[in-house]
Design a protein around this ligand. Structure first.
Ligand SMILES: [Zn+2]
Length: 49
């Protein structure tokens, strides 16, 4: 069972990416370094609901 999660820029709170995760194996909040269009640079993006 994989769930769709949204990744949100920690700087400007823009929701830039969506991904899926396995809820059973991934219990922690996901965090990725991704390019943010609003910040125009790489920022840590965190999982949001
Ligand atoms: Zn941003």
């Amino acid at each position: 069972m994989r769930e769709i999660v949204t990744l949100q820029c920690t700087e400007c709170k823009e929701r830039n990416y969506a991904t899926t995760k396995n809820k059973k194996t991934t219990t922690k909040r996901l965090e990725f370094s991704k390019f943010c269009n609003r910040c125009r640079k790489h920022q840590p993006h965190k999982e949001t609901k």
